[in-house]
Design a protein around this ligand. Sequence first.
Ligand code: IPE
Ligand code: IPE
Ligand code: MG
Length: 246
Amino acid sequence: MEADLPSARLDAAVLPRHVAIIMDGNGRWARQRGQPRVFGHRRGAEAVRRAVTAAAEIGIGYLTLFAFSSENWRRPAEEVGELMGLLRVYLRKEIAELHRNDVRLRVIGNRQKLPADVVSLIDGAEAQTKDNTGLTFTIALSYGAHEEITEAARALALEVAAGRLSADAITPEMLAGKLFTAYMPDPDLIIRTSGEQRLSNFMLWQAAYAEFLFLDIHWPDFDRSHLEHAVGEFQRRDRRYGAVAG
Ligand code: IPE
Ligand code: IPE
Ligand code: MG
């Protein structure tokens, strides 16, 4: 993708309600500059700020950023520690600004694996911003769709075992209602940077009818022009949901 994209003409009537981004390529971005991976993660945090501001200004209702997967725990302890450190800094520094901008912050994923102080920062940030009515900004952290769907199935199984629910009565909506994402619509548009074209265990259930856009830039270079380009591309797609084109 070219860096100097023409500013996209966006149709406010057909904005995606929910845009999700798989933020990938921090390590390669740093390596191309002869720097350690953490340098890419630091610059990636600045791209997060740009993405949140741009999403709010464009008028997107829900922005979800995939920050750390359940599989990313396999990375060297040093890198995991640096990512948690950046997250602490982000939560401490950005919450006041997010709150001022009427952003509601949510974090989805397996909290049991997160350091206790990070969990308290998340709890505090969610509590502080819970009544905000602007952009809902979700960070997927220690998140994996297989774990999420398994937990949802387990929750329904427990209700069946307790005699509160009949197995025959289980519907897709009930399962969706047990997912971390129950409070928001499914993503309309999923963007992945870095050139990789895979989901890496992200929102497997919720992505059923998402439009996909794979960008050949690394995450630290992401800015408003890329989001506008992506939304413009989304607006040119014909979503049929299995039916015949209208
Ligand atoms: C994305 O960049 C950030 C995380 C997954 C935490 P990467 O760290 O995956 O960077 P690459 O893909 O190795 O370049
Ligand atoms: C996906 O990126 C996870 C996040 C962006 C948080 P990875 O870099 O972990 O994915 P793979 O390993 O290339 O599939
Ligand atoms: Mg990667």
